[in-house]
Design a protein around this ligand. Structure first.
Ligand code: BGC
Length: 260
């Protein structure tokens, strides 16, 4: 039996549901990540079964530690409020309660990009950054996390800014690059429009670009010209799971201190 139990991070995405116990002293996975396909019908109850299976597979390393879960949606007080790229059945679901009851452990639910931002802030490219940091995740959609002097301002949803009459993520997400077979140069022009607009609204001190495509950052970041430094995420696709586990532990500690 390990003496320290690690919190578990789970990332619920459109194509996969991934989880791993997180060693928060090291800022990395304590065991290899497990990935399950997201079921075709991905309503809350069906997904809860998959999450329970993943949690079960790590029972020995995580004990009764808290669980942090990310969703590609606006999440307030554990309740999902939007569904741009997930089943609309999630809207209004109290995921904190659903999973908390199912797993018998405290659950923190957080927007996926916010979780990635927290991961990058503690262990990655935004570590020790002062002022305003924008973490932007480029994938099926565009996620965003705004962090000011180390404090997350949740649910910024900057992928849905209206730019040139369009929802920004429908022009500039990395899925659009793939679907339309855009060259790096063509996609970078769309990203340039997006990030200049965001930069003119928020004046971040640092922009961190995450999502799977950040593995190929050298292909497109040098094509972008912005006021703020723009750098690749360091934790890449682990950032969300690590950030969610960090938040779960942090919330558990705050509850303990408050005696609730
Ligand atoms: C959703 C966000 C999410 C982002 C990345 C957007 O479509 O509205 O909540 O963070 O996709 O998954």
């Amino acid at each position: 039996m390990p003496t320290t139990h690690h919190p578990l991070g789970i990332d619920i995405g459109g194509s996969g549901i991934k989880g791993a116990p997180v060693d928060l002293a090291a800022g990395s996975f304590a065991r290899d990540r497990v990935r399950c396909e997201t079921p075709k019908v991905s309503t809350p109850d069906v997904v809860a079964d998959v999450v329970a299976k993943i949690a079960e597979s790590f029972a020995e390393v995580t004990g009764n530690s808290p669980i942090g879960v990310t969703m590609p949606a606006v999440v307030t007080h554990g309740v999902v409020r939007s569904a741009a790229n997930i089943d609309p059945a999630w809207i209004g679901t109290d995921v904190r309660r659903l999973l908390g009851e199912r797993l018998g452990r405290p659950v923190t639910v957080v927007n996926d990009a916010d979780a990635a931002g927290v991961g990058e802030m503690h262990f990655g490219a935004a570590r020790n950054a002062d002022g305003l940091v924008l973490v932007s995740t480029l994938g099926t959609g565009i996620g965003s996390a705004l962090i000011y002097n180390g404090v997350l301002i949740p649910n910024s949803e900057l992928g849905h800014l209206e730019i040139d009459g369009r929802d920004a993520e429908q022009r500039a997400a990395s899925s659009v690059k793939d679907d339309k077979n855009l060259t790096w140069q063509e996609w970078a022009e769309r990203l340039q429009r997006y990030f200049s607009h965001v930069e003119n609204l928020f004046w971040p001190d640092l922009i961190v670009v995450g999502g799977g495509v950040s593995r190929k950052a050298e292909k497109f970041l040098p094509l972008l010209h912005l006021r703020a430094p723009i750098v690749a995420a360091q934790l890449q696709n682990s950032a969300g799971i690590i950030g969610a586990a960090w938040l779960a532990r942090h919330h558990a500690e705050s509850r303990r201190t408050a005696g609730t």
